[in-house]
Design a protein around this ligand. Structure first.
Ligand code: FE
Ligand code: FE
Ligand code: FE
Length: 163
């Protein structure tokens, strides 16, 4: 499909994120199993629920744009998740593994922050206020999750991993 304008590019980007979010829903349960920190496990569990809502929100966005909700393989997310999976196969002390899980999870969140930041900018440019509102909510959730992961790392996991 030829991309003729910013609207086409927005749809293209949304399909990428839609697929990325679906990949994340499959990765988070594995990360929940790999952690031995209850705090981190809860953070992953909560973010899984949030991610499911984000997928529904994207479906609403597609509907508002008169497009059918369809993903397109996000190869970047596939790569980030593959790295996380190979890290989970390493032998590591429990708290070191937790630190590594946070590192992987933050790569996921940073990709999402970049992606949602871009689609928010496009939606704003295109005057799509309802779409923008939905995407801003998700962007905010991704940022909050990233901040929470930093807090867990700095206040507990990294300290335990240091020993
Ligand atoms: Fe997400
Ligand atoms: Fe992508
Ligand atoms: Fe996320």
């Amino acid at each position: 499909m030829k991309l003729n304008n910013l609207n086409d590019l927005l749809i293209h980007e949304l399909k990428d994120i839609y697929n990325a979010e679906q990949q994340i829903t499959k990765a988070l349960p594995k990360m929940m199993k790999a952690t031995s920190s209850n705090q981190l496990k809860k953070a992953f569990e909560d973010h899984l629920k949030v991610t499911e809502q984000q997928i529904e929100r994207l479906e609403k966005v597609f509907e508002l744009m008169g497009e059918k909700a369809k993903g397109e393989k996000c190869k970047a997310m596939e790569g980030i998740i593959r790295e996380a999976e190979s890290m989970m196969e390493e032998k590591a002390d429990a708290s070191v593994m937790d630190a590594a899980l946070i590192a992987s999870a933050q790569r996921v969140e940073h990709y999402e922050i970049a992606a949602y930041g871009t689609v928010c900018t496009y939606a704003k440019q295109l005057g799509m206020n309802d779409v923008l509102k939905l995407l801003l909510r998700t962007l905010d959730e991704e940022k909050k999750t990233d901040e929470l992961l930093t807090t867990i790392a700095e206040s507990s996991v990294n300290i335990k991993a240091e020993r």
